[in-house]
Write a protein that binds this ligand. Structure first.
Ligand SMILES: C[S@@+](CC[C@H](N)C(=O)[O-])C[C@H]1O[C@@H](n2cnc3c(N)ncnc32)[C@H](O)[C@@H]1O
Length: 397
């Protein structure tokens, strides 16, 4: 497959992202609706039509790119040898290779010049790309985050330990891209994941802020380099709008926001609840949550820094509703068991992995009945879609 007249990006076909961009957006939505209908047909007979993403291009507020040393076979010797160092996304169907990205319609038009400047900086200063095979070299990942509603922008370089010229890197970024903060993280881990054991802020505050307007509530959130934030800002306003309407239905005295990240759902609905308890495992996200609550003047939200599966079981819950928004791996079995053994009156399950939600629903049906399933398209040009299921404790549970 290669770029076609109906695909926008020159990398379509080679790049592992945006695999359905050659289809009209309406056709993509219809395909997602059909897939959801089939998946949930045992439980929910009505059509599920995803709310469309307000932005179809440049909808993401974060991208993670890899520096990578690709290997080619030397025809003379037959041996694999490092070929071009690349900065980009994984290749379609060849996850062990990285494609040099020259244009991309996911983040912002300015990304291309940033990538060009970083490549040029690496070449001019002879900074070696990290080689997964030999564990030599420096450059590993580049993370870029943009506040779509605030204009704030973060660039973070992740490099193996070594002598890295930070000043010239910061200059290269600033000359090509309107970053409001620039960081370098040191990553000594074996796995090819964008992470850091230590972080240094080169310019700006070390984080960005992003605003969300959900119904009548506008909040501004601090987003730290490694904190989770929904990647499609404008579609998130729709997703949280569903959660807000759900909370408004019954105005719980105590609402649990499980897998709460930096409290973004909780702070979009806390005026409708007596109290919100947000439970999150990543400490930096919880720290952001405290800052966000203070900035919002929200005194009725409490943050717990814990794994849900450790915090929930056996707890004497007086909550009358819970929103669960787990990562792609779904609910931890211990968390699922606790929700079934001691059901809350109402449960809203927000899922970025509908296949897993469909697998977990039969277990939840031991204690809950389904009120509805809705969906929001957070990920145009991919097969992914966010599903939301409203459950109510069954009276005989
Ligand atoms: C899909 S995100 C949702 C975050 C938040 N609700 C939002 O809308 O931004 C899932 C969150 O769960 C957190 N997480 C992952 N595993 C967890 C666990 N076992 N217990 C608590 N939080 C966890 C992640 O760090 C992430 O912030």
């Amino acid at each position: 497959m290669s770029a076609t007249s109906s695909s926008r990006c020159r990398h379509f076909g080679s790049c592992g992202g945006c695999l359905t961009q050659d289809q009209a957006y309406e056709a993509q939505l219809a395909a997602k609706s059909a897939a959801l209908g089939e998946l949930f047909s045992p439980f929910w007979p009505s059509p599920i039509e995803p709310l469309p993403s307000p932005d179809v291009w440049y909808y993401r507020n974060k991208v993670e790119l890899s520096f990578h040393l690709n290997y080619d076979k030397n025809p003379a010797t037959g041996k694999l040898e490092p070929s071009n160092p690349a900065l980009g996304f994984k290749r379609r169907g060849r996850w062990y290779e990285t494609l040099d990205i020259e244009e991309c319609f996911l983040l912002s038009p300015e990304l291309s010049s940033l990538l060009g400047a970083v490549r040029e900086w690496a070449r001019a200063h002879d900074v070696p790309v990290y080689d997964q095979k030999t564990r030599r070299g420096l450059l590993r990942h580049l993370v870029v985050r943009e506040g779509k509603n605030t204009g704030e922008r973060l660039v973070m370089l992740l490099a193996a330990p070594g002598d890295l010229d930070r000043k010239s890197f910061a200059r290269a970024v600033s000359s090509s891209y309107p970053a409001t903060t620039i960081l370098v993280g040191t990553n000594d881990s074996i796995s090819d994941v964008a992470q850091a054991q230590s972080l240094e802020t080169l310019e700006g505050p070390g984080f960005i802020r992003e605003s969300l307007t959900v119904g009548p509530v506008k909040r501004t959130f601090r987003v730290s380099p490694f904190s989770f934030f929904q990647t499609n800002t404008r579609a998130t306003e729709k997703l949280y709008g569903l959660a807000r309407d759900w909370v408004a239905d019954e105005k719980p005295k105590t609402l649990l926001d499980l897998y709460g990240g930096s409290g973004t759902i909780g702070l979009s609905v806390n005026d409708l609840a007596g109290k919100v308890v947000s439970v999150e495992a990543v400490a930096s996200a919880t720290a952001d949550g405290h800052v966000n609550a203070e900035a919002a003047g929200a005194a009725n939200i409490e943050f717990v820094s814990a794994a849900v599966e450790a915090w929930l079981p056996g707890r004497d819950l007086e909550a009358d509703a819970a929103i669960v928004d787990p990562p792609r791996s779904g609910l931890h079995p211990k968390a699922l068991k606790a929700l079934v053994e001691r059901p809350l009156p109402r449960l809203l399950y927000v899922s970025c992995n509908p296949k897993l939600l469909a697998r977990e629903l039969p277990e939840l049906f031991k204690a809950y009945r389904l009120e509805w399933i809705k969906a929001v398209d957070m990920f145009p040009h991919t097969e992914h879609v966010e599903a939301v299921a409203s459950l109510r404790a069954s009276t005989n549970a």
